[in-house]
Design a protein around this ligand. Structure first.
Ligand code: NAD
Length: 287
């Protein structure tokens, strides 16, 4: 396929490279100077879009996605599928679907989880919103960039799934960190706490798979001085998105709001920027 790829950052660059490696003809565009092996460089958005069967974007936020997609629909061929893989607010996702629909183009919102490691290895999970026809056309590309693509529903459903999942993750990581902190204060050995809770009703991904206590459980960023992994500021971004969506939809998400406030304080004044999101345990331990 002829693929245009816009946004060649930490995630987009390896995703575009994997598509090229799989034999697709990839043309890339980024406002920064980025050179990628096997990817033809475009000098403008229009050049990365004209004549393409699929255009993929992987950009920082909703405002940039809206602006870039307005340019994309102006330059796209009638058969082009537009796929936004960025993590953005549900409203922006729906707005860019509408832009595409008005121009008669197929579109998908398809945020990814799995981080830069997953992007490099081609093992991302995509959560996808849009029509059946659009999903069918995009699927072979998700299979190259990732290991799983779930069609979650209509426009915006992919972003909705991503922020709901990450709200669970943020809340559960704080819960696990607080439990280890309480165990410390009670003189309970961390390993004993893990052995019990990881096989009891306290078990969850944040404890069993991504344990925030160094030297306990499987290897995780805690064992690498909390180098991300999944950076605290990215968790804050996703928790902010879930709070924006909760306000918009009138959903009661008290724990989600509290988790957002905790990550905001951690990132902005608690030394959390650039550290893994599980380093909340270190913060609790050191005060
Ligand atoms: P990044 O900042 O490394 O990359 C974004 C790229 O977009 C940059 O290269 C930037 O120059 C480019 N860009 C900005 N404005 C542009 C424009 N107008 N036109 C063209 N290019 C433009 O960010 P990233 O880590 O690659 O993340 C991208 C998206 O993926 C974000 O929405 C993020 O939330 C999401 N995400 C990131 C991770 C992760 O672990 N990094 C995991 C899952 C999802």
């Amino acid at each position: 396929m002829k693929i245009g790829f816009i946004g060649l950052g930490n995630m987009g660059a390896p995703m575009a490279r994997n598509l090229a490696k799989a034999g697709h003809e990839v043309t890339g565009y980024d406002t920064a100077e980025v050179v990628l092996e096997g990817v033809r460089k475009a000098g403008s958005i229009a050049e990365a879009v004209r004549g393409m069967e699929v255009v993929i974007t992987m950009l920082p936020n909703g405002a940039i996605v809206r602006a870039v997609h307005a340019d994309i629909v102006g330059a796209a061929d009638p058969e082009t599928l537009i796929v936004d893989c960025s993590t953005v607010d549900v409203e922006s996702a729906r707005a860019v679907h509408q832009l595409a629909e008005k121009a008669g183009l197929l579109s998908l919102d398809a945020p990814a989880s799995g981080g830069t490691g997953g992007a490099e290895a081609g093992t991302l999970t995509f959560m996808v919103g849009g029509s059946d026809a659009a999903f069918a056309k995009g699927r072979p590309l998700f299979d190259i960039m990732g290991q799983k693509a779930v069609h979650c529903g209509a426009a915006g459903a992919g972003q909705a799934a991503k922020i709901c999942n990450n709200m669970i993750l943020g809340i559960s990581m704080i819960g696990v960190c607080e439990a280890f902190h309480l165990a410390d204060r009670l003189g309970l050995d961390r390993q004993a706490m893990f052995d019990v809770a990881s096989t009891s009703s306290g078990s969850c991904w944040s404890l069993n798979t991504y344990c925030p206590a160094p030297g306990v459980g499987p290897k995780s960023p805690a064992d690498n001085d909390y180098k991300p992994g999944f950076a605290a500021e990215l968790m804050l971004k996703d928790l902010d998105l879930s709070q924006a969506a909760a306000q918009e939809s009138g959903a009661a998400t008290e724990m989600g709001r509290h988790a957002r406030d905790i990550y905001k304080a951690f990132v902005e004044e608690g030394g959390g920027r650039g550290r893994d999101f599980s380093a909340i345990l270190e913060k609790l331990t050191n005060g």
